[in-house]
Every structure is written in C-alpha cells, then in structure tokens.
Write a protein that binds this ligand. Structure first.
Ligand code: SF4
Length: 222
C-alpha cells in the first residue's frame, strides 16, 4: 500500500488513543464468547495445556489432554512415570521430547520451589523450565492476573492493521499495546483480536464489508 494512502487513512480514522475504547467495545459486542479455547479444570491443567499448545492447535491439545488429565492430576504424577510413558501420552501434540522435558522440569521446580502450586507472577512463571514469556502471559491472564498482553500471530496482524503499532517485534508490539489498552482489558484483549482475526480479519482475505471496525480501521478496504 502506498505510504501517502496509509497516512491519509490514519488521519481519517483519528488517533489510536481515541479509537482504542470503541475498538474494544465493538469487539466485545461482536465476540461475547471470546475466551481461551484450551480446556482445563484447574491451574495445573491450564499450565500444562498452554505448554503443550506450542506449535499445534488448541483442538489437538484438547484431544490429548482429555485423557492426559485423568491420568496426571498432581505435579508428582508427571514425575512418577518413566520419561517414555509421558512422551507417548503427549506424542500427538508434536515436539513431544522437548515438551516432556519441559513439563517434567516444570513439575520438579513447582514441587521444590512453589509447594506444588502454579505461581501467578509472570516473573515466577518464566523461571519454570520451558515456560517462555508468551506462555507465562497466557497463564497469568487466565488466572485473572494479566501482567502483559499476549502477542501471537493474530494479535500482531490485527494490531498492525488497526494502526495500534508500527512494530514487528512481539515484545515491542506488547509494549505499545500495554500503553494503549486499559489494564482491566489486558486479559481479554488478545482473545478479542484472535477471535476477530480468525472470523473476520482473516490474514489473506479480510472481510472488511462485514467488519464492525470499519470506520476505526486505517486498513479497511471499504
Ligand atoms: S476493517 Fe478490514 S482490515 Fe480493518 S479490522 Fe476489519 S477486516 Fe481487518
């Protein structure tokens, strides 16, 4: 898209600080059920689900965890079986060797340093083996203690299309969004963008004609 056109479009929709409130309101109305797609019943299951979701779909993880969580209920359970058995049990999520190593390391540390309880602070979560910042952010947000904004491929694409950031790097995008999005919405905001990105603002073919953000979006084709 030519730069002059982008500048013109940005001017037309107005500054992002003024648009962010209506953007969030409209997305909340359009996607009232926007929430995490992973299925879990407690903090430990949440943590394991998010760790397993790397490089695979949430549907796939749910299929695997349906059985997994009947067998493994406490951190000790993941350490009580031979490595190969856990590898087999999570095989279908892919990268099963790395994930097994990460899960066992995490369970060990949970028992040794956190009394077997999943911590809620991102700084503590990222100390767990195999738990990167994105995983930590997802877990903290689901536990009601969002301390950042999760940036995945949908969040990145939509934040850029909506003119909320000019950055490419996820860490810088997160920083821009944290300045803009009101703190109480940090947890839900990524879900809203992910749902909108899957249903309307699709990567190759955004459905601008039916999008509730027309008028607030500098990339609108309408
Ligand atoms: S108006 Fe088009 S580009 Fe903008 S958010 Fe909606 S679908 Fe995406």
């Amino acid at each position: 898209m030519p730069r002059s056109y982008v500048r013109e479009a940005r001017k037309r929709v107005g500054p992002k600080k003024r648009r962010i409130g209506p953007i969030i309101d409209r997305l909340k109305s359009a996607h009232p059920g926007a929430t995490i797609a992973l299925r879990f019943r407690n903090d430990l299951e949440l943590l394991v689900s998010v760790m397993l979701s790397a490089q695979t779909t949430d549907v796939n993880v749910n299929r695997v965890t349906q059985r997994l969580f009947e067998k493994y209920r406490r951190p000790e359970d993941y350490l009580a079986v031979p490595v190969e058995e856990l590898e087999r049990d999570i095989y279908a999520t892919g990268f099963f060797r790395q994930k097994t190593k990460a899960i066992r390391g995490t369970m060990q540390m949970l028992l040794e340093e956190f009394d077997g309880v999943v911590p809620r602070k991102v700084d503590d979560l990222v100390r767990l083996p195999g738990v990167a910042r994105k995983t930590a952010n997802v877990v903290a947000a689901e536990l009601g203690e969002a301390q950042g904004i999760v940036v995945d491929t949908h969040v990145r694409r939509l934040a850029q299309r909506l003119g909320l950031t000019r950055q490419e790097d996820p860490v810088k995008i997160e920083r821009d969004l944290m300045k803009l999005v009101p703190r109480p919405d940090w947890g839900v905001f990524p879900h809203l963008l992910i749902w909108h990105g899957r249903r309307v603002c699709i990567a190759r073919r955004p459905l601008c004609e039916t999008c509730v953000l027309v008028g607030l979006c500098p990339s609108s084709r309408v």
